[in-house]
Design a binder for this molecule. Structure first.
Ligand code: KIV
Length: 286
């Protein structure tokens, strides 16, 4: 489905033509357990949301925006202000997908009440359908607290990037029996607490399959398995914006090269004074 957009300058909202389909809902996503695979990508801006929205079931405003948009070394320094600003932009740019906003490090771990205050702010300021938070058994009470108060929650287990300092890096998880058992029980705890979906990141494939079979809600894999109930990738990774990507990323384009080539062509034309031509300049009308 392709659409054209006109900008309403009073609201900055881009209105699509033809009118879009109805937005998917959290219960509709839940029902996809074991069915047609869920398609999720990250998005951080309104324009990218417009482009991805017709192809996705869910858009994730991931705290990966710390590295991808802000050039930060990890997602740890990402703030609630950043998540709210980008979350609102993605909601403005989308009409079909369920938009989920990541809760940044430090905004939800202290207590269920602290998590509720942060998540309520995200929901009010962005219009998103739900939030995502990282962690297992330790976060189960918080997931139950939010879910019982009308905030849909996506869990995130396995390789949890906000815990990079504790984990010691971004390597695959679940290779030892002990770790495998812990990640499986974390997944069960989050699902039983009421998460409506769980992102399973960077775990050995048999564990991703076991988690998918063990929990009642859909699993969304990233470095998991094609047997998960859906897949998610960081948009800039899959578009080929970075030279180095994790093993689990497939590049579906090489945008970095194409952007660099376009910038080089522009620079050459500016230096040769062949841009702008009469097609790009304004002349007197008389
Ligand atoms: O922040 C993010 O982009 C994520 C995905 C990698 C799942 O959490």
């Amino acid at each position: 489905m392709s659409a054209t957009y006109t900008l309403d300058t009073s609201t900055s909202r881009a209105n699509p033509t033809p009118a879009p389909m109805k937005r998917l809902t959290v219960p509709a996503i839940q029902k996809r357990k074991g069915g047609e695979p869920l398609v999720m990508l990250t998005a951080y801006t309104a324009r990218m949301a417009q482009l991805l929205d017709p192809h996705c079931d869910l858009l994730l405003v991931g705290d990966s925006l710390g590295q991808v948009i802000y050039g930060l070394p990890s997602s740890v320094p990402v703030s609630l202000d950043m998540m709210c600003a980008h979350g609102a932009a993605v909601v403005r740019g989308s009409y079909h997908s369920v938009v989920i906003v990541d809760m940044p490090f430090g905004s939800y771990e202290a207590s269920p009440q602290a998590a509720f205050a942060s998540a309520a702010r995200v929901m009010k300021e962005t219009g998103a359908a739900g939030v995502k938070l990282e962690g297992g058994e330790a976060m189960a009470e918080t997931v139950a607290f939010l879910a019982a108060r009308g905030i849909p929650v996506v869990g995130h287990v396995g390789l949890t990037p906000q815990a990079v300092n504790a984990l010691g890096g971004y390597g695959a998880r679940g290779r030892s029996e002990l770790e495998r058992g812990k990640i499986l029980s974390d997944s069960r705890a989050i699902a039983e607490a009421g998460a409506f979906a769980i992102v399973v990141e960077g775990v050995i494939e048999p564990l991703a399959i076991d988690i998918t079979r063990a929990v009642a809600c859909p699993t969304i894999g990233i470095g998991g398995s094609a047997e998960c109930d859906g897949q998610v990738l960081v948009i800039d990774d899959m578009l080929g914006m970075f030279e180095r990507v994790p093993r689990f990323v497939k590049r579906f384009d090489d945008l970095a090269t194409r952007i660099s080539d376009a910038a080089a062509a522009y620079a050459a034309e500016v230096r040769a004074r062949t841009f702008p031509t009469s097609e790009q300049t304004y002349q007197r009308k008389d």
